[in-house]
Design a protein around this ligand. Sequence first.
Ligand code: AMP
Length: 292
Amino acid sequence: MGNNQPMKIIATVPEMQRYSEALRNSGKKIAFVPTMGYFHDGHLNLMREARKQGDCVVISIYVNPTQFGPSEDLEKYPRNFERDSKLAEEVGVDVIFFPSNAEMYPDHYQTYVTVEEVTKNLCGLSRPVHFRGVATVCAKLFNMVKPHMAIFGKKDFQQLVTIKRMVSDLNMDLQIFGLPTTRETDGLAMSSRNVYLSPEERQSALCLSLSLKKAKESYDQGERDAGRILESITNYIKGIPFTRIDYIKICDTTTMQDVSSLEKESVLALAVFVGSTRLIDNYVFGEELNIE
Ligand code: AMP
């Protein structure tokens, strides 16, 4: 694939499974990128990587209701299938899996995947059903698409840790890759939710990436006390208009539990409301960070 065949759109589970089974039987490596659509360059970079690594690139576009809480933005989550499919075709995607809710969660549906410890902190505190929904939909999609590898963004760091934990714990036979966060030129992490921001809020939203930069600078100067880094970032964000902090934490990247010092591999994770839009970002200490 990656040949001249037109991109396929598959909407049903049996057709997706049959298609993937045939690919597997002909020795093709399937690289999979699950998404909720409304593409930006962060999504497209995952697909470009899938194109490099797999013989066949399958993506899914599905706004998964089970990962949204009752007061969250499920209904107004941005959608544009026509634009998404054009962009996907341009980066060489072979198949878009685009199932309906009835296909994913038919009547009498009652099975969920709960990943325990790593989902309790951070986004798990303010979004209690979120990771159960994410783990469940990914497990289902893996059974439908039967990929050899699935590619996720580190932008959703706790999600990546959760999926890796699930795949390992349930002995799922695929590899999970995490790719660096794609940013706008001024540093804001790309997100489908950025379209909700007014021009003034868009300016305030830069406080997330600038916090990561400040934290990296402190770390590079030898700071290893988590409390001091958190205090300085919290004070900084509190002074930015339109913002309300959901959490600012530093966690162990394996357990996702809070740490007080940065001796082991740690991640600074932020969730901040800017107006009514909740944005997240993170930085794994010691890694590169491309923010001017
Ligand atoms: P979503 O459509 O928001 O569910 O995201 C689909 C995939 O794209 C997930 O693996 C996300 O982590 C990833 N992703 C979203 N935004 C970015 C970004 N700015 N950079 C890299 N990956 C991203």
